[in-house]
Structure formats: structure tokens, C-alpha cells
Ligand binder design. Structure first.
Ligand code: GLU
Length: 495
């Protein structure tokens, strides 16, 4: 395919929804697959919904996810900048351009001035509703004389500009996911194109921009499907070729409803803060609505770029399944290099108060051992706070009755005595110590196998299963182990 140009065009109205990240990802993958360009445009013409900081959060989220754009709006050294030959890429900076194209539509008779007050529009809407009709503009100003309208404007009357749709005409377009879509203008509304505040609506700005920015494919959520006929009508009215449309199925929750904030984490920031890896999140999101040819589920970005195509995007909503995301993320945590996962885990360990900057500087190897000890069990990195808790908490929390019984065994006291004796000969546990201690205890006590390992593990962790004992001993350290031994002596053996 030649000259593929796609865009992700969010409105800065708050946090980035995980569904938006998927839209961005599909745009990105499609552009990469076709050697095209991926553009980030900011659609901020609805001034009532503008949220301070949303642009920064958006760019930050995309950067974190590694979904990088070629053209459009960027932040460099804390400053918003724009790159590319079709700018500006922020709609509020393109008002003159919209004005020029609105004049063309007015001139061609495809748009008209409307002076209806909010009160009148509300009244019409109420009447239509109580008559069981779908509320829409009743066309009151459609045939106003243009000269007369201009006089009213120069007298300072408030107005909007509306699209003038023909009475009963089929609008037809092709969607790569939906196939052929036909809608009759009698089921459509004379959309407002410019509001009384002088800003264009999204519907007008999007058409002008997609044309001027030479967008080849419009890839967006299916909530925009009902608006597309209006856009297609405008492309036709201008005499422009409309881009190819691709409407993506909505990301749903398990109850098949739109995934919303009320059900928990939905923003990219939420997932970032929980310690999901961006590669895993992308991998998972790619599968929400798209299926690869093989049964494979783990894909890195390069593989996704190669495999991705719109013919395998489904028409029906993709269900966001947190368990599956956790499973995929767990794979990336286990497969990730220990250095990388350690670096990603450090902020969470700090947050839990387990380590500080000094530890990071002086005991990095020890932190790595800690991470390697628990990493098998993590589905996201924030879980390390809970999973590593036993290494920083001096209480022995026994998992169940079996652990208690194990610690009550006949030979336990002699095992603990041997352990203490060895500990008392050193300042701190090192690798050598942790690798040889069990053997030494065995030699001293003559206890072997399960009777040796299980009580020691139970004393160290309060559980009968878990990570490698060598690591556990190294991570716990001398003082913590001595405290645990004492706890078992006081509360279990001599009780
Ligand atoms: N600004 C719209 C949004 O916030 C973009 C719709 C489109 O891609 O055309 O979702």
C-alpha cells in the first residue's frame, strides 16, 4: 500500500482510556506494517471539556507504551512542540483554516446560519420526544436568506453554522471492518459545524484536517460510526476523496458493557502505576478485537507489526479480561532480564518502605536476589510489595496448621540450635553461607531430607512451599533469621 498516513486524534479531556491506547496501537501497527506515517493530532475544539494537564498525560502515556508518532504534537524539554509539514496539529490553532473552509461550504449552499436559541431548541426537542420521535433539528433556519442572516450577524446576534443535508439521499461508504454502510439523510441531523463561540465542532474540524493532512485511513472507535455519514457527506460536498474508514469494536468489560472507570482500572496511568509492562499491555491489547492467524498469544512489537491487519479485526466488541492480561504480563515479568525487572521493581520496593536509595546504591545485588526470588509469582510489579513482605517483616505468619505441626517436630530444636550456632559466627549472610548452611546443619544434627528442609523452610517463611531456600536465606539476612528462630522457640517449641 502506498502512502499510508494514519492519525490518532484524541481530545485532551482527561486520562487516556485503555480503549484509546488500543486505537493508537492499531494505528501505529498499521502504519508500521505499511511503511506509512503515524500522526498525533490534538482535537481540542470543545473548550468546555478541556482538562489542564491532559495533553501532557496523553503524551507521557504514549511514550511509556512505546507507541511513538512520526508527526504532530510532541513534548520536548517540558515544552509542547509540533513537527511535520501539515501543521499546526492542535485544532485550536487552526481556526483560520476552518473559517476558510466553512465559507466554501456556505458558498456552495451546503451550510447555513442558524439563530435558534437554546430555549427554542430545547422546546422542539421536548415536543419531538413526547411525540415519540427521535429529536433532531427541525430545519427552522434552513431557508433563511443569506443576506438577511449576514445582517443579523452584523447586528451582533448569536449564531451557529449548520450542515445542510439534502432531504432524502443515501450516503454510502465502505468500512474495512463493517463492510458497506448506507444511511439515508432523512435519518440524519443538520449537524452544527461552527458553534457560537467561534470554534468549529469536532465533526467539521475532523473532515478538514483529515483531508489537509492527507490521511489515508481513519482508524477509530466504533462510537464514531454514526457520525461518519456526515463526514462522508462533507468530503463529497467539498469534492474531496474520503479516506478509508476502519471502525474498531468497543473494548468491553466482562458483562459486555463499555469498560468504564467505575469498574476499576481503565486508564493507561492506572496500569503503569500497577507495574504492568508496556510490552505486555500492548501485546494483550492487540488481541482485544484482533486475532492473529496462528494460535500464538505472545507477540513482541516487531511481530505485531508484521502480523497485524484489519481483515482480522472483529466486528463485535472485544472483552477486556484482566486475568488474561495478568497471565501475559506474568510471562513478560518471568522472561524479562533480571536487571530490567529489578530496575522496574525498585520503585515499588521503595514505595513499600523496604529499601531506600542507599540500598539501591550499596546492595543492588541483594535487591536483585530478592527480585529473582519472588519474580516467578508476579503478575504485575506492584504485587512485589506483598510478595516481598515476608523478607522485611519480622513476624512469622504461619500459613496453616500443617506449618505449625511441622515446627512442633521432635528434631526442630536441634535444627534451630545448629542454625543459630552458624549464624553467630558471621557478621552477615553472604552467598557462600546461604549455599552451605543447610549442609552444615545436616552434618551437625544428622537430620536429612524432608525432616531437614521442611522445618527450616517453615521457620523462615511460615509456609511449606515457595522459592529456593538459598535465596530466601540470603535475602532475609542474619538478624531477621535470628528473630524468626527466637519466635519459633518462644511461641511454638516452649509453649
Ligand atoms: N477527537 C475524537 C476523540 O476524542 C477522535 C475521533 C476520531 O478519531 O475521528 O475520540
Amino acid at each position: 500500500m502506498s502512502d499510508v498516513r494514519v492519525r490518532f486524534a484524541p481530545s485532551p479531556t482527561g486520562f487516556v482510556h485503555i480503549g484509546s491506547l488500543r486505537t493508537a496501537l492499531y494505528n501505529y501497527l498499521f502504519s508500521k506494517h505499511n511503511n506509512g506515517k503515524y500522526i498525533l493530532r490534538i482535537e481540542d475544539t470543545d473548550r468546555t471539556r478541556f482538562v489542564e494537564g491532559a495533553l501532557e498525560n496523553l503524551i507521557d502515556s504514549m511514550e511509556w507504551a512505546g507507541i511513538t508518532h512520526d508527526e504532530g504534537v510532541f513534548i520536548e524539554n517540558g515544552k509542547v512542540i509540533q513537527k511535520g509539514e501539515y501543521g499546526p496539529y492542535i485544532q485550536s490553532e487552526r481556526l483560520d483554516i476552518y473559517k476558510k473552509y466553512l465559507d466554501i461550504l456556505l458558498e456552495k449552499g451546503h451550510a447555513y446560519y442558524c439563530f435558534c436559541s437554546k430555549e427554542r431548541l430545547d422546546k422542539v426537542r421536548e415536543e419531538q420526544k413526547s411525540a415519540g420521535k427521535i429529536p433532531r433539528y427541525d430545519g427552522y433556519c434552513r431557508s433563511l436568506d443569506k443576506k438577511e442572516a449576514e445582517t443579523r450577524i452584523s447586528n451582533g446576534e448569536e449564531y451557529v453554522i449548520r450542515l445542510k443535508l439534502p432531504e432524502s439521499e443515501d450516503i454510502v461508504f465502505n468500512d474495512l471492518v463493517r463492510g458497506k454502510v448506507t444511511i439515508n439523510t432523512s435519518d440524519m441531523d443538520d449537524q452544527v459545524l461552527m458553534k457560537s463561540d467561534g470554534f468549529p465542532t469536532y465533526h467539521f474540524a475532523v473532515v478538514v484536517d483529515d483531508h489537509l493532512m492527507k490521511i489515508s485511513h481513519i482508524v477509530r472507535g466504533e462510537e464514531w460510526l454514526p457520525s461518519t455519514p456526515k463526514h462522508v457527506f462533507m468530503f463529497n460536498a467539498f469534492g474531496w476523496e474520503a479516506p478509508t474508514y476502519v471502525h474498531l469494536p468497543t473494548v468491553l468489560n466482562k458483562d459486555k458493557k463499555k469498560l468504564s472507570k467505575r469498574q476499576g482500572d481503565v486508564s493507561v496511568t492506572d496500569f503503569k502505576e500497577k507495574g504492568y509492562l508496556p510490552q505486555a499491555l500492548n501485546n494483550y491489547l492487540a488481541l482485544v478485537g484482533w486475532s492473529p492467524e496462528s494460535n500464538e498469544e505472545i507477540f513482541n512489537m516487531d511481530e505485531l507489526e508484521k502480523e497485524f491487519s484489519f481483515d482480522r479485526v472483529s466486528k463485535t466488541g472485544g472483552v477486556f479480561d484482566i486475568d488474561k492480561l495478568n497471565w501475559i504480563n506474568g510471562q513478560y515479568v518471568r522472561e524479562g532480564s533480571l536487571d530490567k525487572i529489578t530496575d522496574l521493581a525498585i520503585p515499588f520496593l521503595k514505595e513499600a518502605g523496604y529499601i531506600d536509595d542507599e540500598d539501591v546504591e550499596n546492595r543492588y545485588e541483594w535487591i536483585k536476589t530478592l527480585v529473582s526470588t519472588v519474580k516467578e509469582d508476579l503478575s504485575n510489579l506492584s504485587e512485589i510489595k506483598e510478595k516481598a513482605n515476608i523478607y522485611f517483616n519480622y513476624n512469622v505468619d504461619l500459613e496453616d496448621e500443617d506449618v505449625m505441626n511441622m515446627l512442633k517436630g521432635d528434631q526442630v530444636q536441634s535444627l534451630l540450635d545448629a542454625f543459630k550456632e552458624e549464624l553467630n559466627q558471621i557478621d552477615e549472610i553472604d552467598e557462600e553461607f546461604s549455599k552451605t548452611i543447610i549442609k552444615k546443619i545436616q552434618k551437625k544434627t544428622g537430620v536429612k531430607g524432608k525432616n531437614l528442609f521442611m522445618p527450616i523452610r517453615a521457620m523462615l517463611t511460615g509456609s511449606l512451599h515457595g522459592p529456593e531456600m538459598v535465596n530466601i536465606i540470603l535475602v532475609l539476612g542474619k538478624q531477621n533469621i535470628l528473630t524468626r528462630i527466637q519466635y519459633v522457640e518462644n511461641n511454638i517449641l516452649n509453649n
